[in-house]
Design a protein around this ligand. Structure first.
Ligand SMILES: Cc1cc2nc3c(=O)[nH]c(=O)nc-3n(C[C@H](O)[C@H](O)[C@H](O)COP(=O)(O)O)c2cc1C
Length: 189
C-alpha cells in the first residue's frame, strides 16, 4: 500500500465488527467490579485473546500523557492492579503523579471499559508475590526490588458497548463519599 492510499484503506477497514451481547440496563450491579468481572469473563469466553491486556495511561512531569500496554494482574474492591518496574517511565510518572487511566477493548463483543483513578502502591509483600508469580523467563534479568504492583483506585469507570446501528450504550460508574452511583449517558462513536 502506498502512503497516499492509507487514509482510504483505513476508512475501508471494518469497525464495530462483532456481535454485542444483551446488555441489560435494568440489572446493573450497584458496584462496577462485578460488572467488570462479568465482562472480562464474557470476552474470554467469546474468544478475545488476552482480554487482560490493557492500555495504561499516565502523565509525565511536563503534563504530557503517555500510554503503554500492560497486563491486568487483579481486580477487587481495592482497585485494578498492574505491575512493572519502578525505574521505568511509567514508574517515574506514577511517582510524580499517582493517577492513571486503564482502557480495555474486547472483540468480538464490541465492548470497551475505561477506568480512571488515583494510584496507590501495593505493599512490598504484594509486589514480591507478583514478581514470584511471574514465569522464570519473565523474571530473567529483572531486579525484584524494582518490581512494583500498583492499584488504580477507580473513581470513574465507563462501560461502553457498541452497536452497528450506532445506538451505543454507555454506563458510567462514579465514586462519591457515599459509595458508587451509575448512570446511562449519551454514547458517541
Ligand atoms: C501484551 C503486552 C503486555 C505487557 N505487559 C506488561 C506488564 O504487565 N508490565 C510491564 O511493565 N510492561 C508490560 N508490557 C510492556 C509495556 O507495554 C512497556 O513497553 C513497558 O512497560 C515500558 O513502558 P514505559 O516505558 O512506559 O514504562 C507489555 C506489553 C505488551 C504488548
Amino acid at each position: 500500500m502506498s502512503i497516499d492510499s492509507v487514509a482510504s484503506w483505513l476508512r475501508a477497514q471494518p469497525s464495530l465488527a462483532g456481535t454485542a451481547p444483551e446488555f441489560d440496563l435494568g440489572a446493573l450491579p450497584h458496584e462496577p467490579v462485578p460488572l467488570f468481572v462479568a465482562w472480562i469473563e464474557a470476552a474470554a469466553r467469546a474468544g478475545a485473546t488476552e482480554p487482560h491486556a490493557a492500555t495504561l495511561a499516565t502523565v509525565d512531569a511536563a503534563g504530557l500523557p503517555d500510554a503503554r500496554t500492560l497486563i491486568l494482574k487483579d481486580v477487587d474492591e481495592r482497585g485494578w492492579a498492574v505491575a512493572g518496574e519502578r525505574s521505568s517511565r511509567k514508574g517515574r510518572q506514577l511517582a510524580g503523579n499517582p493517577a492513571a487511566a486503564l482502557n480495555f477493548w474486547w472483540q468480538p463483543l464490541v465492548r470497551a471499559v475505561r477506568v480512571q483513578g488515583s494510584v496507590r502502591e501495593a505493599s512490598a509483600e504484594e509486589s514480591a508475590a507478583d514478581f514470584a508469580a511471574r514465569s522464570a523467563a519473565a523474571r530473567e534479568g529483572r531486579d525484584e526490588a524494582d518490581w512494583v504492583l500498583w492499584r488504580i483506585e477507580a473513581s470513574r469507570i465507563e462501560f461502553w458497548q457498541g452497536a452497528l446501528d450506532r445506538r451505543h450504550r454507555r454506563v458510567v460508574y462514579s465514586r462519591s463519599d457515599d459509595g458508587w452511583t451509575h448512570e446511562l449517558v449519551d454514547a458517541a462513536g
